[in-house]
Design a protein around this ligand. Structure first.
Ligand SMILES: [Zn+2]
Length: 356
């Protein structure tokens, strides 16, 4: 059987199944219920926040033969055909690869024809900010006098790159970053249905790493589940190349106790394992920040019980001033390192050019 990626397999099929965007799904459902559908929408938001999923659900809901409460039934012939991607009335286009005037002109010529089976022709244009100036002008003409049977859904991660003339003709919806709690909730469902055993800390780690993008969370989960064993936080960190918390603790503990030799030894261990110095510095800074946060607010991030005990102990043995100073000087080191690295890369590029 063909393998389906988790994010495809668990793509929401109704507005109710969507995660963390109720402010949008509610309005869309109300519009569909009331028969007050706009002719152009702009779905704006970070990657993996559900823009394309919402666009596809919307395309089905307005064309469904038995819609219920603004939702598509997903069972009638129209819904099924859209789900299979065989209905020519719903067109998905990626503006990153189809951004020319001709691409949009083709749509402009097409919109005058009535839909073949469905009530509405729906054009979903992804990454719409990638269109060329000419293409935007062509699109504008269509948006100015759209036929009654045509709907546009434009999706973007960078609305500031879209001409205001286009923006002013669209109803805009801003998709939020999905909260860690919502991501964890969804991951739990996915794990349960896919028989994946995972610890609570591992779920938290994935949520933090995915930075509000559910699709990223599902890809991290997918990359970690190839083996038979349970997934724990360490495995995820290993997978995405983050040094273990235990190692970071060793380095920071030695720094805080003024043990330069011990700190260097622990540092060597990590670098020997092939971890990147810049990432490592970032992890150390983050860890010290977490100690400072714990010292000030008593709150901890994504740590296990044992790890929290260690943070507690480090917080007790250090002053806030010392922690602030450490964060400052390590950040400076990281910045300098970054600068040297970029310079080195630039000069290598230059040399390569000269050689060519
Ligand atoms: Zn249907």
């Amino acid at each position: 059987m063909e393998y389906t990626a988790l994010y495809r397999k668990f793509r929401p099929l109704s507005f109710n199944e969507m995660v963390g965007q109720t402010h949008i799904t509610k309005t869309l459902k109300n519009q569909i219920n009331a028969g007050r559908i706009g002719h152009a929408y702009l779905f704006n938001g970070g990657r993996g926040t559900g823009k394309t999923s919402a666009a596809k659900i919307f395309a089905r809901a307005i064309n469904c033969l038995n819609p219920k409460d603004g939702e598509p039934c997903n069972e009638c012939e129209i819904c099924k055909a859209i789900l299979q991607g065989s209905l020519t009335d719903v067109v998905e286009m990626d503006a990153a690869s189809n951004n020319s005037v001709e691409d949009i002109r083709a749509i402009r010529d097409e919109v005058n024809f009535l839909p073949t089976l469905a009530k509405y022709r729906v054009y979903i244009i992804d990454e719409v900010h990638m269109l060329s100036t000419g293409a935007f002008n062509a699109l504008l003409k269509t948006l100015e006098e759209p036929p009654e049977h045509v709907k546009f859904i434009l999706a973007t991660t960078e609305p500031q790159k879209i001409p205001t003339t286009i923006l002013s003709r669209c109803q805009r919806f801003d998709f939020k970053r999905i909260s860690n709690d919502d991501i964890i909730k969804r991951l739990k469902i996915v794990c349960k249905e896919s028989n994946i055993k995972i610890t609570e800390e591992a779920l938290k780690t994935i949520a933090v790493l995915s930075e509000g993008a559910l699709r990223d969370a599902l890809s991290i989960l997918e990359r970690c589940m190839q083996e038979d064993s349970d997934i724990d936080a360490e495995k995820i960190k290993e997978m995405v190349g983050i040094p273990k918390t235990e190692t970071i603790y060793k380095i920071v503990n030695n720094i805080i106790n003024y043990n330069a030799e011990g700190a260097l030894e622990a540092l060597d261990e990590v670098l020997y394992a092939g971890k990147d110095l810049q990432n490592l510095l970032w992890e150390i800074i983050k860890y010290i920040k977490d100690i400072l946060i714990f010292k000030t607010t008593n709150e901890t991030g994504i740590y296990s019980k044992e790890e929290i005990e260690k943070i507690e102990e480090l917080a007790k043995n250090t002053s806030k001033e010392r922690l602030v100073n450490l964060i400052y000087s390590l950040s400076e080191t990281r910045k300098r390192y970054e600068m040297v690295n970029t310079k080195r890369n630039n000069s290598t590029n230059r040399n390569n050019k000269i050689m060519c």
